[in-house]
Design a protein around this ligand. Sequence first.
Ligand SMILES: Cc1cc2nc3c(=O)[nH]c(=O)nc-3n(C[C@H](O)[C@H](O)[C@H](O)COP(=O)(O)OP(=O)(O)OC[C@H]3O[C@@H](n4cnc5c(N)ncnc54)[C@H](O)[C@@H]3O)c2cc1C
Length: 337
Amino acid sequence: MKIGHDYSLLPHNTFHFDVRCRHFVEYDSDDELKQLLDEGTYFEGPWMHIGRGSNLLFQSDYAGTIFHSAIKGIRLIDEKESDVFVRVGAGELFDDFIAHCVSHHWYGAENLSLIPGEVGSSAVQNIGAYGAEAKDIILSVEAYDVGSHQPTVFSTKECGYAYRNSRFKQEWSGRFIITHVTFRLSKLPTLNVGYGNVKEELSRQQLEPTIENVRNVIIAIRRDKLPDPDVTGNAGSFFMNPMIGRRRFELLHEAYPDMPYYDVDEDNVKIPAAWMIDRCGWKGQQVGNAGVHSKQALILINCGQATGQEVVALSKAIQYSVFQQFGINIEPEVNIV
Ligand SMILES: Cc1cc2nc3c(=O)[nH]c(=O)nc-3n(C[C@H](O)[C@H](O)[C@H](O)COP(=O)(O)OP(=O)(O)OC[C@H]3O[C@@H](n4cnc5c(N)ncnc54)[C@H](O)[C@@H]3O)c2cc1C
């Protein structure tokens, strides 16, 4: 176990804000977490649990305890004719888990390649990319109940997964600490290359659609279009893509015939927030030390010495102009602390 006081969170948030927390506690096992819960000292004041901090924005120092899991392990726990069941420690990097799956030819996780962050958070955030979401491969989530100090296992259904959302982010926020996630992957070679330009890129490079090639192509596309958080502070997509009613969309579409959209169901349509932000002229703009990425308008960046407050101010200005122009509220995907 590692415990720090007046501790810098600079290495623990991909926006690279030099904020501090009163206490930082990193535990290595379920037993250590249970011990911390039973002692209770660090749960007395404000506390929160983080992963790699790649979806967090600290506006100022945190006057409480930050917990972090260092629970590791990627273990094959069961195998059927066509599926494998893999239990992974919450503190493992999600991309290390994917690399493991790809090297064993276990299918289903490869489209989520190179998303920053840890396995525990993937089950909170329901991360998604290239037509895949964490919920598609999660079988169960193990967590400690902070109130009763008891371990609990949730089925995927109980986690209430939705677009970048789960009960852990909503009504269960601050109630459970995730320790392990069990994934179900397929041994059957089924790949999904129909999203983004994965298929085009495979054929451009004359590559067979193998699990390794799909992962490599997705990594290359992401490296090309997204800022590397090790170089430029950011937390990925700052806003979620808003969903609006079809009738309202039809009216908007008359005014903006080039507005892209995705059908959600018969009554609802999703609009790419990046398109609206770009249309409002924000792409590549900088206000003080905060900016909008020049290749992807959904990503807000730390241009050097930005504070969390500067990035939040920029995000509010963007929300305001999108609302003024399109009458649509865009909500942050990033967890603002
Ligand atoms: C360059 C870049 C690209 C990105 N691309 C994508 C993308 O394509 N798709 C996508 O979905 N996301 C993307 N993201 C966002 C981010 O990678 C995900 O949200 C990721 O799941 C965050 O993981 P983390 O470990 O950093 O979690 P953190 O940001 O540290 O925390 C996220 C949430 O999880 C909670 N949490 C963390 N660990 C635990 C635990 N053990 N128990 C309970 N709660 C916990 C935290 O309290 C917080 O609410 C991107 C981010 C960056 C910087």
